[in-house]
Ligand binder design. Structure first.
Ligand code: HEC
Length: 137
């Protein structure tokens, strides 16, 4: 057998062995996201199964919804609850009075809330009184 053929055979065997090793390694690493790969997806460990149906779940973190009491709070509860939680109000930073008026107008015109004019006025007054700069509870 000429040397070149033997060398080629050896090279082929080495190549095949490397390929198999790489495939095996890739298979082992599949789905593994070590801390060294921060920024990539983290996969949780397999949950430990219990033989019974008992499990514990912590409380769902619901921040307290606490609209300030006052004239107009009822209207806010009625109208501003249709599309989203009134928390959208309470989680805002103190806003200037004009911003609250613009906000209610935006809900009415842009998002189609269509709250009757009288009630809108009451809501604006309520928001300005309780959630404007310097009037935060
Ligand atoms: C017709 C549906 C609808 C109603 C009713 C509604 N909203 Fe909204 N509101 C929206 C939408 C849509 C957004 C934007 C949501 C988002 O960006 O995730 C929003 C967002 C907000 C935000 C967050 C700031 C912003 O501009 O995105 C505030 C504050 C807010 N609404 C207040 C109110 C108040 C006060 C009322 C009652 C007067 C009200 N909303 C009624 C649809 C509504």
């Amino acid at each position: 057998m000429p040397a070149s053929t033997k060398t080629r055979k050896i090279l082929l065997v080495v190549f095949m062995a490397t390929a198999v090793a790489m495939l095996a390694f890739a298979d082992v690493r599949k789905g593994e996201y070590a801390p060294s790969q921060l920024g990539s997806l983290q996969q949780s460990t397999t949950p430990e199964l219990t033989p019974d149906a008992n499990f514990a779940a912590s409380a769902y973190p619901v921040p307290a919804l606490d609209l300030a009491p006052g004239d107009g709070v009822q209207e806010v509860r009625i109208y501003c609850n249709t599309c989203h939680s009134p928390r959208y109000v309470t989680m805002q930073p103190p806003l200037p009075a004009a911003t609250w008026e613009a906000e209610v107008n935006k809900m009415n015109k842009t998002f189609g809330a269509n709250i009757p004019v009288e009630d809108s006025r009451k809501i604006i007054a309520y928001l300005q009184e309780h959630y404007s700069t310097g009037a935060r509870h």
